[in-house]
Structures are given as structure tokens and as C-alpha cells.
Design a binder for this molecule. Structure first.
Ligand code: SAJ
Length: 407
């Protein structure tokens, strides 16, 4: 039996490697020739704890990478599902194109497993009609399943193996078959359900986190307005057995939590109210950081924005992924206010993606008077002594020395 995994990004690649490590024949397909070449030559395309070793194991077990779709009976589709900025609706174009190419290649009776996060109802709305249009009978010629992922960047390899997961399918028979497949590496509980429930549960998991982060962020703003210590207050409140407030921060980034709730807002206008408000609160955090920077500049008579340095471009600690990152959101805001020249540094981001981005930490801190900690990479925690002579705005609550400004 061979699995063809379509899309070798943040989800598809670790999944492909994990199946291969556990002895399944895997071919990974991606339309990006450069990416495929790099993988074939043994070079990983992003950094992630434990991925090197997993890659090596998969290589030894004969994993292959190609731009071609393979003829087989099992496909896992893990292509991106962006949302359309204006309408906040899912853009299914990559899923649809992957489905079509799969149909061109597949055996009769093949199972098409969609791992990409999709808005509830997407398979009914976009995928089934596409397959039927091609004359395939679903349930006979091809079978559909949805197996949304749950792994967290920064701990992907461990979570891939240990998290519980959900399989949605049209029939119990196919659901159980897909479950058996994932059981080759997944030690967590695997729940089989229908496709719509699988779609919805995935989206609400991320929405739940977004709403809870928004609560923490709103509290941070309330505490700032009335001079209270948000971190102390959350620490105390969390001692209640049924309270578990998350941490405030400079915003919510990544391609999951800051995106998935919009699917519900776009599809259920008027019904998704807390969800919409939470999104707005989280999206307002970069502006809050900006106003904190302004306060520090005024207090210390610093008029030159180029004396300010943003530490961190990634969307969270110890990853190199910059998608929807709070720092990029903040830079966009500054740009709108014609405020150019702020300096930026991230030890994980090794290509230049914004203006005034430094590649060397020493050079970066030599040129600034105010450092804004946007991301709590281990690197800054280990180098905290080097920034003690700066004015520090710590949006991640990692500094405990006198004079530090918080959110
Ligand atoms: N954040 C806060 N405060 C917190 C926790 C997080 O401000 O207390 C911020 C982070 O700094 C980051 C953003 O939220 O900017 C999201 O980070 P995250 O670590 O909470 O989650 P992601 O986006 O890396 O991964 C999420 C996970 N979903 C849930 O925890 C419900 C992961 O399990 C999913 O697989 C992933 O989304 C996905 O791909 O959908």
C-alpha cells in the first residue's frame, strides 16, 4: 500500500515523514519544484524541533518526493486554505486543484483524505460537486474523508504522534479504514465521525483559543487603563480550580488561530458575535503596542523612530514562521501612519523580508534605545543581560528587572 501526500508544507511534510518512519510507503507531491528539489537533496524547508531526525528516518525508509501525482488508492491532501481578505471566506482553489489532479491519477475506489483546515460545509459545497462534475460517483469510484490536524508549531513531531485526532467520513467503514491508517503512528485516541462534524470541530478548536486569548488581551487593556498588574491578576485568578486565563500578547498570528475564526464570521454573519469581537480585540493588539511605544518615546524624549527596535518577526516563540505575525501587523500599521525606519531583528528569520531588518543581534541592539520584545524566543531569554541598558517594552512578560515596560 502506498500513500501519496499532496502538499509538503508545515503539515503535509511532517505527516509524510511520520508515515514513512512507521514503515508505510510514501510519496510526497508538491507543485513547487524548488521545494521538491530541496527535499530530494536532503534539505529541510523549515525549522522544527525533531524534524531533522524524522527526515533522516523517513529517508532511510525510502520516502520519495516529486511534482507528479501518483497512481494509488490513498491520498492525503494538505494544501493551503487561505481566506479571502475582503469577504473573510475560505478560498478553496488549492484544494479543488489538488482534488482534480488526484482524480486524474487515482485508482478506482481510492480514498481522498483532506487534512487542510476547511470551513464547515466546504466538502459539500466545493469538493463533492467538483468530483461529481467529473463523472465520479462518491462512495463507489472514490471515497472522501476529512482528517484535520491538531499539531502545534514548535512541538509538531511530538504532537503528531501523541495528540488525539478526528476522522470524518461518509461511512463508518471508510472512517475505520482511515483510522487504521493513522494508527500506524498516532498513539492518541482517534474519533470517527461524519465529515461536517470533523470540519466544524477543527475550526472551533482554534476559535476557542482565539476567544480565550482575546479575553486575556482585553483584560490587559483594562489593567493598563487603570494601572493594575495584569500578570499578577491572572496568576491569582488561575488558582481557582475552574479558571484558566491565557496570556495577553502583542497580537495573534500564525496561519491557524488568526484565520479559522474568520471562516465562521464569514459564513454565519449575525450569529458569530463573540467570535467576531474576539478577532477584533486580537487584531487591535499591535495598535496597543504602538501606543505603548509612543508613551515610552514621549517619557524619554526620544523622537526618532529609528531608535526603536522590534525583537521578533515570527508569529510566536522558537519558530521561523512569520505568517500573520503580530510584528508584521504592527509594521503595516506603522506604514499606514507614515512611520518608517523602525529596526527589526529575529534570529530565526534568515532572509530579509522587511525594511531595516538586521541579521546580527549585536548590530541591532547597538543602534537602538528602545527594544520591544514581540516574541519570547529562547534566544532573547538567554541574552537578557545584553538589553538591560535599553528601555524595554516587554509584551511577553519575560523580563523581571526594574524599569521594564509591559503591555
Ligand atoms: N498566543 C497568545 N497568548 C497565549 C497563547 C498564544 O497571545 O496565551 C498567541 C501566540 O503568540 C501566537 C498565536 O496566539 O501568535 C497562536 O499561537 P498558538 O501557540 O496558540 O497556536 P498555533 O497557531 O501555533 O497552533 C494552533 C493550535 N490550536 C490550538 O491550540 C487550539 C494547534 O493545535 C493547531 O494544530 C494549529 O493552530 C493549526 O494548525 O490549526
Amino acid at each position: 500500500m502506498m500513500i501519496n501526500i499532496i502538499g509538503l508544507g508545515y503539515i503535509g511534510l511532517p505527516t509524510a515523514l511520520m508515515f514513512a518512519r512507521h514503515g508505510i510507503e510514501v510519496v510526497g507531491t508538491d507543485i513547487n519544484k524548488k521545494l521538491v528539489n530541496s527535499l530530494e537533496e536532503g534539505r529541510l524547508t523549515f525549522e522544527e524541533k525533531g524534524l531533522d531526525k524524522l527526515f533522516l528516518d523517513a529517508f532511510q525508509n525510502g520516502i520519495r518526493f516529486t511534482t507528479e501525482y501518483q497512481k494509488t488508492d490513498t491520498y492525503i491532501i494538505a494544501v493551503p486554505t487561505p481566506y479571502i481578505k475582503e469577504s473573510k471566506k475560505l478560498d478553496p482553489k488549492y484544494v479543488i486543484s489538488a482534488i482534480n489532479s488526484t482524480l486524474d491519477a487515482c485508482d478506482k475506489g481510492a480514498i481522498l483524505i483532506i487534512e487542510s483546515t476547511i470551513t464547515p460545509g466546504s466538502i459539500d459545497r466545493y469538493v463533492r460537486p467538483e468530483i461529481e462534475k467529473r463523472g465520479f460517483v462518491i462512495g463507489q469510484d472514490v471515497h472522501l474523508a476529512h482528517a484535520p490536524e491538531r499539531i502545534i508549531p514548535g512541538n509538531m513531531v511530538y504532537e503528531l504522534e501523541h495528540n488525539s485526532r478526528t476522522i470524518g467520513a461518509d461511512s463508518l467503514y471508510i472512517g475505520e479504514k482511515v483510522k487504521e491508517l493513522y494508527k500506524s503512528f498516532c498513539k492518541g485516541e482517534i474519533t470517527v465521525t461524519d465529515i461536517r462534524s470533523a470540519e466544524m470541530s477543527k475550526v472551533i478548536e482554534n476559535t476557542y483559543r482565539d476567544v480565550n486569548i482575546a479575553f486575556a488581551n482585553e483584560l490587559a487593556k483594562i489593567c493598563r487603563s487603570d494601572n493594575m498588574d495584569i500578570y499578577e491578576i491572572i496568576r491569582i485568578a488561575n488558582k481557582h480550580p475552574r479558571v484558566n486565563i491565557l496570556q495577553p500578547g502583542p497580537g495573534v498570528g500564525g496561519h491557524c488561530i488568526s484565520v479559522d475564526p474568520w471562516f465562521l464570521v464569514g459564513d454565519y454573519p449575525g450569529l458569530a458575535n463573540i467570535i467576531l469581537t474576539a478577532r477584533k480585540i486580537n487584531d487591535s493588539m499591535p495598535k496597543h503596542v504602538l501606543s505603548r511605544i509612543r508613551t515610552i518615546m514621549r517619557e524619554h524624549n526620544i523622537n526618532d523612530i529609528s531608535k526603536v527596535g522590534l525583537y521578533g518577526l515570527a508569529y510566536k516563540e522558537n519558530v521561523d514562521d512569520t505568517r500573520e505575525s503580530p510584528t508584521l501587523q504592527l509594521l503595516e500599521r506603522m506604514d499606514e501612519h507614515l512611520s518608517f525606519g523602525v529596526k527589526v531583528y529575529d534570529p530565526f528569520v534568515k532572509t530579509r523580508i522587511v525594511d531595516h531588518q538586521f541579521m546580527n543581534f549585536g548590530d541591532f541592539i547597538n543602534e537602538i534605545e528602545i527594544i520591544v520584545i514581540m516574541v519570547a524566543h529562547d534566544h532573547i531569554k538567554e541574552n537578557i543581560d545584553l538589553i538591560k541598558d535599553k528601555f524595554v517594552l516587554d509584551t511577553k512578560n519575560i523580563c523581571d528587572f526594574d524599569g521594564v515596560y509591559k503591555l
